[in-house]
Design a protein around this ligand. Structure first.
Ligand code: ZN
Length: 112
């Protein structure tokens, strides 16, 4: 009978988490009551997008973003790790993170 070869444990290689499962875990958190409560309170205190503010614009924030990603060990419910973002800035940040880019200062050619 054929058998599955034993996995060689290479301690110097970081174990990779399956992408799908990580997403599901996040979804569970973002749907949680405690997150909704923190998010709502944070938006009430910080109703404008901080990125737009840096560009001297005032835009109503629709999203509360984790400055340090939860996957990277960022605090989930600590206000110190949260920032208010508009849709544009949230999408551009999350999109880059999902593709493994670190946020850079100033996006060339994107002065909307
Ligand atoms: Zn913005």
């Amino acid at each position: 009978m054929p058998y599955k070869p034993k996995k060689i444990k290479r301690s110097w290689v970081n174990e990779r988490k399956p992408y799908g499962r990580r997403l599901a875990e996040n979804e569970k958190f973002y749907n949680s009551w405690s997150w909704r409560k923190v998010r709502k309170a944070f938006l009430q205190k910080n109703p404008t997008c901080i990125k737009c503010e840096a560009e001297n614009k005032v835009t109503t924030a629709k999203y509360v973003d984790h400055i340090q990603r939860i996957e990277d060990g960022g605090a989930k419910l600590s206000e110190e790790n949260l920032q208010s973002l508009c849709k544009f800035h949230h999408d551009s940040k999350s999109g880059k993170e999902a593709h493994g880019y670190k946020e850079k200062k100033g996006i060339p050619g994107k002065n909307t």
